[in-house]
Design a protein around this ligand. Structure first.
Ligand code: CP
Ligand code: NVA
Length: 306
């Protein structure tokens, strides 16, 4: 059986990502105009959450309902992933009940187990390693804003080299752009993933510990200093990451028309100041809205309902 999954951004080719942009644009205008679009009538989706979520849960549930389907939210205590039941058994179970499985988990191995054992499409809603729906949305949002210079962008991420960064780096193996991860020493993103992207050779991916790397940035992106699963480290991390705060001084080095992006939730006053996240350069809520439209496009594509 040839089932397609969305586990990492590079599960899609460049051509498929450009098709996703066109489809997400179309679905965005249909959704905003409250048009009828119900390719998932009589379909259901199991949504497994081992971690908290606002955007991922609400955007998937809202989008799938709009497309005629029924999405079932399963909270961490409902599933007890890895304790009450394994990902492999749950994948086989939900493949019998449901037409799609969306899962947000800690260990990346859990999503790989879902992928291996499911006979319906599996969508990765974030792991400790990556967050493909977020980064496919982010690049769609950049494309909407900067279509004219899309092939020649400098994207600078500042902060912790986390799951968001790994996804940007993987994207750089499919679409060409310059990507710099500016982080404190010891907090870089996954070295194997950076090597994978640079071996493909269509983009320039680098790690820097200098804020000078912000120079000429088209996009400045940041995320929390302690991700889900690391929150007890926050006091120590505040000391280490404070010089890497995105504030009005730092962004002066970027292009005048730079875009500020953040996957949200933001810890305002830590990784970003209010005067940056609330500035005219910030597109964080457009970015958050686009989760809905890009994920709808992903679900339609995986199910070949185009
Ligand atoms: N950006 C994102 O995935 O948000 P949630 O954690 O609220 O789902
Ligand atoms: N890096 C963050 C992203 C949240 C959407 C985390 O994993 O908590």
């Amino acid at each position: 059986m040839n089932v397609r999954h969305c586990i990492k951004v590079d599960d899609f080719s460049k051509e498929e990502i450009l098709d996703l942009f066109a489809l997400a644009s179309d679905l965005k205008s249909k959704y905003r105009n409250k048009e009828e679009f119900k390719p998932f009538a009589n379909h259901s989706m199991a949504m497994i959450f081992a971690k908290p979520s606002a955007r991922t849960r609400v955007s998937f549930e809202t989008g799938f309902a709009w497309m005629g389907g029924h999405a079932i939210y399963l909270a961490p205590q409902d599933i007890g992933l890895g304790k009450r039941e394994s990902a492999a058994d749950l994948a086989q179970l939900f493949s019998r009940y449901n037409d799609l499985i969306m899962a947000r988990v800690f260990s990346h191995q859990d999503i790989l187990d879902f992928e291996e054992h499911a006979t319906v499409p599996v969508i990765n809603g974030l792991t400790d390693y990556n967050h493909p729906c977020q980064i496919l949305t982010d690049i769609f949002t950049v494309w909407e804003e900067k279509k004219d210079s899309f092939d020649n962008l400098k994207i600078v991420y500042i902060g912790d080299g986390n799951n968001i960064v790994n996804s940007w780096v993987r994207l750089a193996s499919v679409l060409p752009f310059e990507f710099v991860c500016v982080c404190p020493e010891g907090y870089s993103s996954d070295a194997d993933t950076i090597k994978l992207a640079n071996d493909v050779g269509i983009s320039n991916v680098s790690v820097s510990h200098s804020l000078d790397s912000v120079h000429n940035a088209d996009v400045i992106y940041t995320d929390v200093w302690a991700s889900m699963g690391q929150k007890e480290e926050i006091d120590e991390r505040i000391k280490i990451f404070s010089p890497f705060q995105v504030n009005s001084d730092l962004v002066k080095n970027a292009k005048d028309n730079y875009l500020f992006m953040h996957c949200l939730p933001a810890e305002r006053g830590r990784e970003v100041t209010d005067n940056v996240i609330d500035s005219d350069n910030s597109i964080v809520f457009e970015q958050a809205e686009n989760r809905l439209h890009m994920q709808n496009a992903i679900m339609v594509t995986l199910h070949n309902k185009v």
